[in-house]
Ligand binder design. Structure first.
Ligand SMILES: *Cc1c(COP(=O)(O)O)cnc(C)c1O
Length: 400
């Protein structure tokens, strides 16, 4: 317990706001929970700053080393690298699609020059990166000294756990538990909002959880129709929510089906090659807590511009989908809605420019250095063996 407190103290000391997760009131019953004051300016720091420290603590006691391997289309990679750069027992390899992540996102990763951090730019797209990572997890025999791979994607349980906390914190800060709060959560892999669901399971009174998606609206379609199907991926102004399958949704489905594991296994097996229809009973149970809305790029820009004109508050495009969905799903003027602001607007200057607000977000001082610092990354072919070979060589070179 004492050790955990120490780890948590160090984790959140890296956040640049004294409140760590400040609440900003933008209208009578409208709040923004700012989750972007960590080192990489996105909410993923809440979990990944903790995860790196917890891993290192446990590995030191076990006298083990592990290798983190992950694919990123943007925010996950930088948050994972920031979370692990000071680890003594963790080596981390992050794959990103070469020339397909934003300048800021790439620089946040590639300007980290610690010896246990490797950035690999794959000649391919995000799915290619993801496929190499998945295949490497299936066959880890290439790793030296019996080391193991560790995943840090959004189904990582420790990440979800760390995210439960700010639901309790924010609800208590503005009138909970007497007054049930509604949360609007910009969602990709259903990780952050699943943490909200777990807070409800732990007893936090919540009126509604609003699933906010961008044009990649798989979750909104499930909520509206009960049909879970795959469609093509769209590139949007909120790239960290660009997914076609929401990995954590399976966890909610498990509860929707009364925790019947074999039923879920059968449905997911079916989902491998065809859409699935969720029973109306199961959908009803989900709809008693969740509502949803999809917010396309044009609306996202409108929300950024309107919110700024109305309140003087500048939203990033991800958070704007949350505010947009909160407007669509609001059931009464009295309802208290907290939108989770998942990224700092300075991370997405192009979207802000497109919204034509008339101001540009200023980059927080602790991030300015990335625009001038040396970058280090290795471009590799879209090939698992090439990547594994590179990892082995680098790990061997590090030991000598
Ligand atoms: C990762 C991310 C999301 C989506 O989070 P999930 O937990 O996958 O739902 C939303 N906004 C930003 C800025 C992110 O980085």
């Amino acid at each position: 317990m004492k050790d955990l407190r120490k780890i948590l103290g160090e984790t959140y000391a890296t956040f640049r706001h004294p409140a760590i997760a400040p609440l900003v009131q933008i209208d009578k019953n409208e709040w923004i929970l700012e989750l972007f004051h960590g080192p990489t300016l996105a909410f993923k720091d809440f979990a990944l700053q903790m995860l790196g420290r917890v891993l290192d603590y446990i590995l030191e006691r076990r006298n083990e080393r592990v290798v983190i391997m992950g694919a990123t289309s943007g925010d996950t990679g930088s948050a994972a690298i920031e979370g692990c750069r000071h680890c003594k027992f963790v080596d981390i390899f992050i794959l990103h699609p070469h020339q397909r992540v934003s300048d800021v996102q790439r620089r946040q990763m590639t300007t980290v020059l610690e010896d246990n951090v490797w950035n690999i730019a794959i000649e391919g797209n995000f799915d290619d990166c993801q496929n190499i990572v998945k295949a490497s997890f299936r066959d880890q025999s290439f790793l030296p000294d019996g080391r193991k791979l560790v995943a840090v994607n959004s189904i990582n349980w420790a990440r979800i756990m760390a995210q439960i906390v700010y639901y309790f914190y924010s609800a208590l800060a503005i009138g909970g538990p007497q007054k049930p709060i509604t949360y609007s959560v910009p969602t990709g892999n259903f990780g952050d909002i699943f943490a909200g669901y777990l807070a409800v399971k732990m007893g936090l009174p919540v009126e509604q959880l609003i699933i906010a998606t961008n044009k990649n609206d798989v979750l909104h379609r499930i909520m509206s129709s009960g049909i879970y199907d795959r469609t093509n991926l769209h590139h949007t102004l909120s790239p960290s929510m660009d997914i076609s399958i929401s990995s954590n949704f399976e966890r909610l489905m498990f509860d929707m089906y009364q925790r019947d594991g074999s039923k879920i296994a059968a449905l997911m097996a079916q989902f491998e090659d065809q859409p699935i229809t969720i029973s109306s009973e199961a959908m009803e149970s989900a709809r008693s807590l969740f509502s949803s809305a999809a917010v396309d790029d044009a609306t996202t820009c409108e929300v950024i511009a309107n919110t700024f004109a109305r309140t003087g508050y500048l939203l990033d495009p991800h958070s704007a989908t949350g505010v947009g969905a909160s407007v669509q799903c609001r059931t009464s003027a009295e309802q208290t809605i907290v939108t989770l602001a998942t990224a700092h607007p300075a991370k997405f200057p192009d979207a802000i420019a497109e919204a034509d607000v008339g101001v540009s977000p200023s980059v927080p001082p602790h991030m300015e250095h990335i625009f001038t610092s040396e970058e280090r990354f290795t471009v590799l072919d879209n090939n698992k063996s090439t990547v594994n070979q590179f990892m082995v060589e680098q790990l061997a070179a590090q030991r000598t």
